[in-house]
Design a protein around this ligand. Structure first.
Ligand SMILES: *[C@@H]1O[C@H](CO)[C@@H](O)[C@H](O)[C@H]1NC(C)=O
Ligand SMILES: *[C@@H]1O[C@H](CO)[C@@H](O)[C@H](O)[C@H]1NC(C)=O
Ligand SMILES: *[C@@H]1O[C@H](CO)[C@@H](O)[C@H](O)[C@H]1NC(C)=O
Length: 532
């Protein structure tokens, strides 16, 4: 608020300058210095001559008549009776208001009287040679002048001029990428001057190219034939050659774009050439081309112990670069049970997984890999074909009677097929007795021949195969009942014979006389025997 008031008072003061001095602000100076000043035009501005007995700091206020807000206060030191001060960097052909005040350093100002009669002064005309080339900011187009040219500059690329930080006399324009290889035209416009505009033309060579502003398109597919780089549109004869490095293996040789591989971290840099002469290198771009892979398992071919998997692979983004690469490998496996993994190198071919169990459901699959990248496993359900049933244990044979046997066994595994059964054959010469049992390995053979050696064969079977036979030799015992019967018969016979003999003898003795004739009749027979 106080500032605004001061400002208006100052304006008032400059207005009534011709008639004497004016006190600034509420503070009053008891012994105001008697000072005066004169203004004369010089090139680029004014010369202010101060006449005063009081030495010290004086403020010279300058502002465009039409724009009071452009006021600039130049603080100068007055050390003599008279001193001269040059105020430059004003605008040409422009009316400026001026005022000079003694500044006591404590906030008190005492305005000096103006010796002239005009309240404002006009700056001189502008000339072309007043504008020189500058060099304040590298990569910019700069112009220097002792005139204030900043606000008069307009460039063909519509970029605003920036003041130079180290040198207030310079203003710079940043050429855009499309100003390269063409001319940047800067127009300086001073509407009040006789020559109201000046044109400066600067050709922008390719050296102005700021590589960090080059747009480089990161490749996402293979093979890479080029990295699209947006060059300044007006540059002809610019070419770029990219080479790439595997970030994870610096020892590997540098590769051209056409040899890039999938799933590899690359850093690529382009050499920008103009008519085959390298002029600049691009900033490095880093990427890793993440390829897709679609694997399709064709119908697996199956035996009773093996599965042959075949598949085809395609890649949308990386085509043959991935699918034909020798670095693409495949891991084949079947679960459950089968822990072995088979590698197959061929992307088109397949792999054979063997040592599987017959008649078993598996989930067989292939897992593609490329370097560290592991793709999703593609699986297919597979059932192995019917195989030979497992072996059975050594059959156990029990003699139940003298002509009956019981046979048992255990299956050491599975039937490996539908319709599992056990079979037992008992052979004797050409005679074969066969029994089948679908429930358990339990057989009874009855009514066998006594004391006979049979060959027993036992195996497990299924609809398609009969397993390995297990042989046993079985000998039946002799028929003991028959022997007892024979013995009893013999005993009976003997008893009968003895009893009969005893009876005969007893009858002979008791009927000795009666039978004498008979005996006598018999005798001749006895007597005749030795004779014959
Ligand atoms: C571009 O190259 C052609 C032939 O190579 C040459 O005639 C021409 O002068 C070149 N232009 C520039 C701007 O270097
Ligand atoms: C690529 O870089 C990433 C992160 O820096 C890393 O995890 C990955 O293993 C690298 N790839 C290869 C193939 O080395
Ligand atoms: C598989 O089948 C073949 C005949 O096709 C047969 O010779 C072979 O013994 C079977 N293998 C097994 C383990 O069952």
């Amino acid at each position: 608020m106080a500032g605004v008031i001061t400002y208006f008072i100052l304006l008032l003061c400059t207005g009534i300058m011709g008639s004497g001095y004016c006190q600034n602000g509420p503070a009053t100076t008891k012994t105001p210095p008697s000072c005066s000043y004169a203004v004369s035009t010089i090139k680029f501005g004014f010369k202010i001559d101060i006449t005063s007995a009081t030495t010290g700091n004086y403020d010279i206020n300058i502002n465009e008549e039409a724009h009071p807000e452009t006021k600039v206060i130049h603080s100068v030191v007055h050390s003599n009776q008279t001193s001269s001060h040059k105020i430059k960097h004003l605008k040409p052909c422009t009316e400026y208001k001026h005022a000079v005040a003694f500044n006591d350093g404590a906030g008190n100002r005492t305005f000096c009287s103006y010796t002239g009669n005009k309240t404002s002064e006009l700056t001189t005309q502008m000339e072309m040679k007043d504008i020189e080339d500058g060099s304040c900011i590298p990569g910019y187009v700069c112009y220097r002048s002792d005139w204030n040219i900043g606000s008069s500059m307009s460039a063909s690329n519509n970029v605003a001029a920036e003041p130079c930080r180290t040198n207030s006399t310079e203003f710079c324009i940043k050429p855009g990428i499309n100003d390269i290889c063409t001319n940047l035209i800067t127009t300086f416009t001073f509407t009040k001057c006789m020559d109201s505009s000046f044109i400066k033309i600067k050709s922008i060579p390719v050296d102005y190219l700021n590589v960090s502003e080059l747009k480089q398109d990161i490749p996402t597919e293979l093979p890479v034939d080029k990295i699209r780089t947006t060059f300044p549109q007006n540059c002809r004869n610019l070419t770029i050659v990219y080479t790439c490095l595997d970030i994870d293996e610096f020892s590997k040789p540098i590769k051209p774009l056409t040899e890039l591989e999938p799933f590899t971290n690359y850093s690529c840099m382009g050499q920008i050439k103009e008519n085959d002469v390298t002029i600049k290198n691009t900033t490095a771009i880093k990427f890793n081309i993440d390829c897709d892979l679609t694997t399709t398992i064709t119908t697996p071919s199956v035996t009773n112990t093996s599965v042959k998997l075949s598949w085809t692979t395609t890649s949308q983004k990386c085509k043959d670069v991935l699918t034909k690469s020798t670095k693409l490998s495949f891991l084949c496996s079947c679960v459950p049970h089968h822990s072995k993994h088979k590698h197959s190198k061929s992307s088109r071919g397949g792999c054979l997984i063997d040592e599987l169990e017959p008649y078993t459901n598996y989930e067989c699959g292939v897992e593609p890999r490329y370097k560290k990248k592991v793709f999703v496993k593609i699986t297919s359900p597979v059932e192995t074909l019917v195989g030979k049933p497992a072996d059975i244990s050594k059959p156990s044979v029990t003699l139940l009677g003298n002509n009956e046997i019981k046979v048992t066994c255990t299956l050491l595994g599975r039937f490996y097929g539908p319709g599992g059964y056990y079979i037992a054959r008992l052979r004797y010469g050409d005679i074969v007795m066969t029994q089948k049992n679908t429930k358990e390995c339990l057989f009874t053979f009855k009514d066998l021949s006594y004391s006979t050696t049979y060959i027993l064969e036992v195996a497990a079977g299924n609809k398609k195969f009969e397993g390995n036979l297990k042989h046993e030799v079985v000998t039946t015992r002799y028929n003991d009942i028959a022997v007892i019967v024979v013995i009893i018969c013999l005993i009976v016979l003997v008893v009968v014979a003895v009893v009969s003999m005893a009876y005969v003898l007893r009858r002979r003795r008791s009927q000795n006389d009666v039978n004498k004739d008979v005996m006598l009749e018999l005798n001749p027979i006895y007597e005749n025997v030795p004779r014959s």
